[in-house]
Design a protein around this ligand. Structure first.
Ligand SMILES: C[S@@+](CC[C@H](N)C(=O)[O-])C[C@H]1O[C@@H](n2cnc3c(N)ncnc32)[C@H](O)[C@@H]1O
Length: 304
């Protein structure tokens, strides 16, 4: 099955989404994504018919507004993308910089879609004033308008009438979930408190996040978290505290682009942590999920 994805976003879980979903219940009342980014998990979850409703949230307002437009006003956002993309005749780099300036002045989510499609590696970067300052990719013009429209329309069909999109701090989302929900969290890189990561609007500090997870445990909420990982011998991010009693699944995410460039075999492994009630329900044990074992795992889950 082809899963649509209109928003290019560095760090998107688009490729890993079907694997992550194998560790979540087959049928969910509501799927909650407090750090939605491109919404890759919610979109995959809807495409596979796994949840009745969705709560999609991101603190980045233009991004949350864009997700909302894609779901509820697909034609408007696809038309705007087509107009902006077609404006690339002549000096397309100058066009990009003009759109970027307009976006930084207005925060218009429709312009953000074009910037994400055209900027280097779909990777958002902000300066100290919170202005988007990523450069254009000089070799690509960004997704063609007809492909973008098809992706937008497909996402809207999957989520319209089923999804609520919001823009708030993840803690406000977590304060409002209940035992019927399944929460999937993919927070930004964990800097120390007060640090800013230019890739995202806001950082999430380790201790505050661990305390929020502990509170979810106390309330018996089912949740899964993508957090640290490793490439070859190099680790990134800190492991979540053992006191949270999470089940640690290591997902092989393939060779890093850096390793491929260098002709090395380093494989990236990303951690997925399952809360105790979720791990119990899924019968999940700590393990390494190797690439290519999808078929075998599907068989195991279906037998349960
Ligand atoms: C690693 S990205 C999520 C990527 C996403 N899983 C995907 O597939 O595209 C983390 C997201 O968290 C958002 N974010 C940062 N701080 C936040 C906060 N305090 N509350 C909610 N969202 C936040 C960022 O804007 C960013 O989009």
């Amino acid at each position: 099955m082809r899963i649509p994805h209109p928003i290019q976003y560095q760090g998107s879980k688009r490729v890993l989404a079907p694997t992550i979903l194998r560790y979540l219940p087959r049928s969910m009342e509501r799927f909650v994504e407090p750090f939605a980014g491109s919404g890759a998990l919610s979109i995959a979850c809807a495409a596979l018919g796994r949840a009745k409703s969705f709560w999609i949230n991101d603190l980045n307002k233009p991004l949350a507004d864009l997700l909302n437009l894609i779901v509820n006003r697909p034609k408007e956002v696809a038309d705007a993308y087509e107009r902006t993309w077609n404006g690339q005749t002549g000096d397309s780099l100058e066009h990009y910089y003009r759109v970027r300036e307009d976006f930084n002045r207005s925060g218009d989510p429709r312009l953000f879609l074009y910037l994400l499609a055209r900027c280097v590696k779909g990777s958002v970067r902000y300066n100290a004033d919170g202005l988007f300052n990523q450069s254009p990719d000089k070799r690509r013009r960004g997704t063609r308008p007809e492909t973008m429209r098809a992706n937008i329309v497909a996402v809207s069909r999957l989520l319209r009438g089923k999804a609520v999109v919001s823009c708030m701090d993840y803690r406000d989302v977590l304060a409002n979930v209940n035992e019927a929900d399944v929460v999937y969290m993919d927070p930004p890189y964990q800097g120390v408190c007060g640090d800013r990561d230019s890739r995202y609007f806001a950082g999430v500090d380790f201790d505050g996040f661990a305390a929020a997870l502990s509170d979810l445990n106390r309330r018996s909420i089912r949740f899964a978290v993508s957090y640290d990982g490793r490439t070859g011998g190099k680790t990134f991010g800190r492991r979540l505290p053992g006191a949270l009693r999470l089940t640690h699944i290591q997902l092989e995410a393939g060779r890093s682009s850096q390793a491929t460039l260098l002709g090395r075999k380093d494989v990236t492994v990303e951690s997925l942590y399952l809360s105790a009630p979720l791990a119990r329900e899924m019968g999940a044990k700590p393990r390494v999920h190797r690439r290519g074992e999808e078929q075998r795992l599907m068989f195991e889950v279906n037998r349960r």
